[in-house]
Structure formats: C-alpha cells, structure tokens
Design a protein around this ligand. Sequence first.
Ligand SMILES: [Zn+2]
Length: 260
Amino acid sequence: MFGWLRERRRRAIRTRPFPAEWEEILRRNVRQAAWLDGRDAERLRAWVAVFLSEKRFEGCRGLEITDEVRVSIAGQAGIVMLGFEGELLDRLRSVLVYPGDYLAPKSAPLDGGGELEWREERLGETWAGGSMVLSWPRVVEGGRLRDGPRSVVIHECAHAFDMLDGEVDGVPPLRSPHDARRWASAVDDCQIRFEEALDEGRSVPFDEYAAESPGEFFAVASECFFQDPHRLFRFDQALYELLLEAWRQDPKSRVPTRPR
Ligand SMILES: [Zn+2]
C-alpha cells in the first residue's frame, strides 16, 4: 500500500472509539496498560486498533482466534513499541497462535554424514518472512505478570524489532551507525557481566537463556526491562540505560517497584 494511503487509513482507525470489551481484555490480560499515563494510554489504544486491522491472526491446532487473543497480544506488543512514533512492526504480517507450547522440527548435520532430526519444544518464535508464533497460555502468563519477568510477546517483539535492520544479532535499529557500534560493544560487556554472575552463582534478574546468543540476550533482557525494570536497573544500570536508548522509553518511571 502507498505510504500516504496507509497513513490516511491509520489516522481514521486511530480516531475510532476503543470498544469496551477490548478495554476489559486489556485490564485483565495486559497488566502493564494500567500504569500508562493518559497520553500513552491513548496512544496504546490507537496502536492496538491499527495493529488489529493490519495483521492477520491464525489459530493453530484448533485454537480459536477471539478478540481476547488478538487484543491481549496487540496490547503487550503495543506497550513495547510505544517509544516509536507510528512504528507498527511493518514487516510482520501474521501472528500464529498455538493452544500451548508446540514442537518445532529441528535438524543438524552429523559428522559421519546424514542428519540428526529431533523436535524441540517452543513457546514462540519470529520468522524473517513476517510471521510471529506464540503459545497462548504463555501470552496470558506474561501479560498478567505471572511468570516473573518472562513475556513471550515482548521476547518475540524484541526479535522482530532487532530484525528490522537485518539479521537477529542483538543490535536493534539505532539512530546512526556510530550509535549502533557503540551500543553493540557496550551491550557485549553487559552480556559478559551477566555470564560472570551466572558462573559465580549470583542471583540474576532474568533467565539464563539470555546467555545463548546476543540476539537472545537482547530479547530476554528486554522482557525484564519492561516487566521488572527496577530489578534490572539494580542489577546492571548500564544495561538498563542501553535498553532505554533502544526502546526509547523508561518503564521504570511507571512500573511499581513490586509489579506483582
Ligand atoms: Zn528468542
């Protein structure tokens, strides 16, 4: 669609009243929404309405796509993207939702030739082709802050955002190539500190899955940045500030010190 045409369409959608049933779903399944100030609360609702009008939702393994599914996912994604004017993860076209964790086929070449094949349990994933896959019960747990700082929606949005400037390398789009280099090197130091803390058995604010790769470090640390920002700030202030620069918002200013 032409940019101006799309913008005109989006403007029209943003001004429509936000349905009361959607409001109720946000209240129930997007705990974070309650902490936004008036202007951001309004922007979130406009973002959700446009997202729902543009993205295709598909239920997998018999899951029915209801407004509850759509609004719960869009609401959590919208909070993450609030720092950007008009950014709607344009490359993302469809959201696939499973009724639980799902198995994805995996394979790896064997030394002696041939392939080793197995199935790996997943709670979500993001494909460069423009799809996001989510496990519905995990969406609910994250939105209700019932799984510590974990949130599959934030995690996959972080990958989708990271991908906007090319591959998933743990460095999201920043204001300039110079910023990106500085940011990448600083976040690398944070990952080293995190891994040291793990090695020493110290308590860490987010899941050790973050140590898997720079891409996972960005995604898992971002979950904590939004879900439990005070704890992340206490653990590594530099990391908090790098994420603030990347996401262009400061969740610490709104999320209560004990979010649960
Ligand atoms: Zn991931």
